[in-house]
Design a protein around this ligand. Structure first.
Ligand code: FES
Length: 172
C-alpha cells in the first residue's frame, strides 16, 4: 500500500521517529462532548483524518483543553496528529491556528516531500475544526464529479459522520 511504499523512501532516522510515535500514539479516538470537529480528506492517497477539540476557560481566556483524532491508515499522519494534539493543549484557537504543518510535525523533523501532505492533512483537520469557514474548499479544489474521491472500502471503514459534519478535501 502507498504508505508502506512511502516509508521505504524515508531515511532510517525518520522511520524510527515515526515508529516511536506510532508505538504510543497520544489522543487517538473520538472525544466525547467535543466543542469542535474537523474532518479532511486527501483524494490522492485516500487518507481521511478527523480531529475533535474541546475548550476550557483559563484565566478568562478560551484555550484548548484536549484534542483527539482519528486517522485511517497513514502512519505519518497518525504520528503527526499524535504530536500535534499534544502540542496544541493549553493554546488559544488563534495560537493553534498560527501553527504550520512543520510546527505540528515538531520532533519528527523535516518530512520528505512525498510525506509533507500527511502533516498538511493534520493542519487541515485542525483548521477545519477551529475555523470551519476558512477551511472551506475553493471551488477548483473539488474532485472531478466523474471520479470518486475515495474508494468505497475506505469510505465504508470510516465511521458514519454525524449529522452536520462536513468533510473538507484539501488541495492536492
Ligand atoms: Fe496521504 Fe499520508 S500518505 S496522508
Amino acid at each position: 500500500m502507498g504508505e508502506q511504499m512511502g516509508l521505504n523512501f524515508m531515511n532510517d532516522d525518520l522511520q524510527k521517529r515515526i515508529r516511536q510515535a506510532m508505538a504510543n500514539p497520544q489522543n487517538m479516538g473520538e472525544l466525547a462532548n467535543a466543542d469542535a470537529v474537523g474532518t479532511v480528506g486527501n483524494s490522492d492517497c485516500g487518507e481521511m483524518l478527523r480531529m475533535w477539540v474541546k475548550f476550557k476557560n483559563e484565566n478568562g481566556k478560551k484555550v484548548i483543553d484536549r484534542a483527539t483524532f482519528q486517522s485511517f491508515g497513514c502512519e505519518t499522519a497518525i504520528a503527526v496528529a499524535s504530536l500535534a494534539t499534544e502540542l496544541i493543549r493549553g493554546k488559544t484557537p488563534e495560537e493553534a491556528l498560527s501553527l504550520k504543518s512543520e510546527d505540528l510535525a515538531g520532533e519528527l523533523g523535516p518530512l520528505p516531500p512525498m510525506k509533507i501532505h500527511c502533516a498538511q492533512l493534520v493542519e487541515g483537520a485542525l483548521r477545519s475544526a477551529l475555523d470551519p469557514a476558512a477551511a472551506e474548499p475553493k471551488p477548483t479544489a473539488a474532485p472531478a464529479p466523474t471520479q470518486p474521491a475515495l474508494s468505497p472500502t475506505l469510505q465504508d471503514s470510516f465511521s458514519k459522520p454525524k449529522e452536520g459534519v462536513k468533510i473538507v478535501f484539501l488541495d492536492p
